[in-house]
Write a protein that binds this ligand. Structure first.
Ligand code: SF4
Length: 279
């Protein structure tokens, strides 16, 4: 799919989301929040659902949780406009309650189609509800900072899934904030591993190794939930390197590596109307 085709597909989905009445959440929304980001990115971040600020502006992660997400990305030298950011449900549940199963089911086709269009190498889940869509049965306290193969039924045909705590949870709890910085440090290496596996599979699908072998290095041992999970940034991995076949027949040069910025976060009170962030 070319850049233009991918952009058009994402815009068509967004237009449908803004007019959607498939579930009861359309009645209380101010704006639907389809998602936003770089159409050629290899990395998609998936939260749970819009909060007060997101509903007001129609954009994902624009409140305090969004500010922390930007800082987490900055710690690995990434920017939010280099990735795609969306949610499991596209309309704000009233009073920031959990989305109901029928609401998640009604909205699921939009996320699936977004993932089909983006064809990411890596999906990063934010919080336990998003993680539950991609790692069924996993507990966030065990799975944060770990990576698994994505079920192609999610729409991501050959992706890995990396679990992070929701930034709103990190704002509430300093220990989770520290863990989030450790966990996000492993995201570039997970992208590199998934990218390399996809490249090998593209050349010789029958010789591609089982996905689980690739993920062993970044998957924590059972029972190590309180230990640091992040994998040291051994290689530079930017989230946007996919060439547009219409304009770039040759892969672009990867920028030289830069060390992550370990600048500490200062805990602060959470706006209860901020982006949904259950953990
Ligand atoms: S949450 Fe999803 S399914 Fe429900 S109205 Fe919004 S876009 Fe439609």
């Amino acid at each position: 799919m070319t850049h233009a085709e991918r952009r058009a597909a994402l815009e068509a989905i967004a237009d449908e989301v803004r007019a959607c009445t498939r579930c009861r959440l359309h009645r209380s929304r101010t704006n639907a929040v389809p998602g936003e980001g770089h159409p050629d990115t290899e990395v998609v971040f998936v939260g749970e659902g819009p909060g007060f600020n997101e509903d007001r502006l129609g954009r994902p992660f624009v409140g305090r949780a969004g500010d922390l997400l930007v800082k987490l990305l900055g710690s690995i030298d990434w920017r939010r406009d280099e990735v795609y950011i969306t949610n499991v449900v596209k309309c704000r549940p009233p009073d920031n309650r959990d989305p109901q199963p029928d609401e998640i089911a009604a909205c699921q086709p939009y996320l699936r189609r977004q993932l089909e269009a983006l064809d990411p190498a890596l999906i990063v889940t934010l919080g336990r509800h998003s993680m539950g869509r991609f790692m069924p049965g996993a507990r966030i306290s065990d799975a944060h900072g770990t990576v698994r193969p994505a079920d192609p039924a999610t729409g991501a045909r050959d992706a890995s899934v990396y679990a992070l705590y929701h930034p709103a949870a990190a704002l509430r709890t300093p220990a989770i904030e520290r863990a989030s910085y450790e966990d996000v440090a492993g995201v570039p290496a997970a992208l590199e591993a998934s990218r390399a596996r996809r490249a090998r599979a593209a050349v010789n699908p029958r010789a591609a190794e089982p996905a689980a072998d690739v993920f062993a290095a970044t998957t924590a041992a059972p029972g190590a939930a309180t230990e640091p999970r992040g994998v040291a940034l051994a290689v530079d991995a930017r989230p946007v390197t996919r060439p547009d076949p219409a304009t770039h027949p040759v892969s672009p040069t990867v920028p030289p590596p830069r060390p992550p910025d370990p600048s500490p976060m200062v805990p602060s009170p959470v706006d209860p109307d901020d982006q949904l962030g259950l953990f």
